[in-house]
Design a protein around this ligand. Structure first.
Ligand SMILES: [Fe+2]
Length: 337
């Protein structure tokens, strides 16, 4: 590793000028105006120097060593974000030109990275609209490329990105594919539910990053987590063309969590909260839960699809038996292909 910053004063000064970025964003960096650091053993370690263009093999090596974020000077971050936005617009506008698998995977990766920028700057209108438009194009593209949906889902799952940026896209792909398979919804409805599902966690930026990966949150932290759905609603209301119904789905997208908690703690008391939310909210929430339950977190192993479906059955099968059966059939095929 090159040049560690050793004195506490140097460290403090440096910390003020740096911001974390997802390591994948380094692929979009040109010539660096300032060094890039890794936070290791309590010190900033310089990994790329001023004037250097970060080497792709070195970035790949860091990723395979489980490095997820690096620290970059604010002036370089601005240019990475500009690069990211223009690459995203370019690729999502020309998704159907060339190889759809390659285009789709690239676009999804760029969108996930852009979503991270949005979490950090949720009030940036331009950034939000660019993401919104890219999502609209992506929704149409995914619907036209049904056969590739499960490939895109598994490609994304292999990225070494944080779950907060992977889960919205993965659950939205799953949701879109399932809605399409049921033939119960018009194309337009599927598109809007896809957007709703994707944007539902945009308020997650209120949660400090060190809280994501820990087991056993305090009551206050749990409240903060629960509040992200309302914050997403606040951020989006009046800024993007979503209907009242879509905004309400976003605001309540964790409404099944209490039911899941009761199931896990074997509490058999019945509540009537469910039907008030309707099938659209239920499916958005279920897709989100399925992705969450089947993925591994630093503090727990992921469940199998079968185990997760068993929990989903207990949550929704009484109210929505037909939809639940359709979901089982759909997922069997989705995870086999
Ligand atoms: Fe959420």
């Amino acid at each position: 590793m090159n040049g560690a910053i050793s004195t506490p004063l140097e460290h403090h000064r440096l910390g003020l000028k740096l911001q974390p970025i997802i390591i994948g964003q380094l692929y979009l960096t040109g010539k660096l105006k300032a060094p890039v650091y890794l936070w290791q053993e309590g010190l900033f370690q310089e990994i790329f120097h001023t004037g250097e263009v970060p080497n792709k093999d070195k970035i790949k090596g860091l990723i395979s060593n489980q490095v997820r974020e690096v620290f970059m000077h604010i002036e370089d971050i601005k240019s990475v974000q500009e690069q990211l936005e223009s690459a995203l617009i370019k690729v999502t506008r020309s998704l159907s030109v060339g190889d759809p698998r390659e285009n789709g995977s690239r676009a999804l990766k760029l969108m996930a990275l852009n979503l991270d920028s949005l979490y950090q700057n949720p009030h940036d209108d331009e950034l939000l609209m660019k993401q919104f438009q890219s999502m609209q194009n992506m929704g149409k593209f995914l619907m036209e490329n049904k056969k590739l949906q499960s490939n895109f889902f598994s490609d994304l799952g292999k990225e070494n990105f944080h779950f907060t940026i992977l889960q919205p896209m993965m659950s939205s792909i799953l949701l879109l594919g399932f809605l399409q398979s049921t033939h119960m919804f018009h194309e337009r409805e599927i598109e809007t539910l896809f957007l709703t599902s994707y944007l539902k966690d945009i308020g997650i930026g209120i949660i400090p990053e060190d809280k994501y990966d820990v087991k056993g949150l305090t009551i206050d932290d749990q409240k903060l987590f629960a509040h992200h759905a309302e914050f997403s609603h606040e951020i989006l209301d009046g800024r993007v063309p979503l209907t009242k119904n879509q905004l309400s789905i976003i605001k309540h997208h964790h409404f099944l969590n209490d039911r899941l908690k009761r199931i896990l703690s074997k509490d058999t008391r019945k509540t009537e909260e469910m039907m008030a939310f309707g099938i659209e909210s239920t499916l958005v929430a279920v897709a989100d839960m399925l992705v969450a339950m089947t993925s591994t977190r630093p503090y727990r192993q992921g469940l199998s699809v079968y185990q997760s479906l068993e929990l989903v059955r207990k949550m929704i099968a009484e109210e929505y038996p037909q939809e639940f059966r359709a979901l089982v059939v759909y997922l069997k095929q989705f995870f086999r292909s």
